[in-house]
Design a protein around this ligand. Sequence first.
Ligand code: CP
Length: 319
Amino acid sequence: MLSAQQFSQNDLFGLFELADRIRKIARTEDGLDFLRSILSHKRAVLYFAQPSTRTYLSFNNACQILGIQTSDMRSAGYSSEVKGESLEDTLETMHSYTDMIIMRHVEENLAEKAAWMFNNSDKPIPVVNAGSGPHEHPTQALLDAYTLCRAYKGRLKNKTIAVIGDLRRGRAVRSLIYLLGNFEGIKFLFLSPEELKIPEDIRAFLYKNRIEFEESESLEKYVKRADVFYYTRIQDEYDKQHESKTINYSRLYLKAEYLPQMKENAIILHPLPRRKEIPPEVDKDQRAWYWKQEVNGLWMRAALIAHIFKEDGYILNYK
Ligand code: CP
């Protein structure tokens, strides 16, 4: 599971249904026992060489819900990479001990490289990209789309999505665009400071797939128009020389005074962690969906893992 481009609309609705089913089954003790029995013969390694709170925790808990035993490498600093071991040898070692690797790494193509290595071995195992540098975060996009599906009761066509913040280096943004491109009539409003505009490859994807978009540095004129406000923080961990310090993002922050102007059924999303782009007083607004979005990540990741191991039918047939 390497890129958000792997999913069709049918795949997505299948995963949404599976996630809904798993969260419902998990409400009872018998259901939890059933879920825990499904993959109790499997082990997974969570290799997180970049910081994470929710992706790590939700994957770890999703594995546990399905009975998978996990072990983790949470920092290259604790791996034998510090003793000079190559990344390939590190991957080979993890591959020896596990049935699945869930990985977050700054190197853009490491998950692909791992998948290629393992597919050419005598023990092919799944690799899940849990964030690849500034490039992709496909499981974030899955839970974002799942959240939209729940908010709009499955009606995802013709939505106007304002994507706000660091659009140049936000991996969640690229994956979101790839995934939502599956839905008819989706229109994007890209709002960012000039320095953080969408990169050329995303622009090319939008043109190629005839997905409508507008770009602006001003939020005010879009407040009434957007159905979804997808905020992101500045990804300054990818700065070369602290250049983000000179970028003024504050004029795009969501101010509480905008709330009365927004559509009644608009929803506000954020992959989190946030900084000041959404003030905590917005959390109380019924349109603030980012904490629900985070919870949805657990169920979507459980659904994805169950799907990877082809357990969809078994779960959907649970009485
Ligand atoms: N959204 C997200 O990837 O959050 P974490 O970095 O906390 O995992």
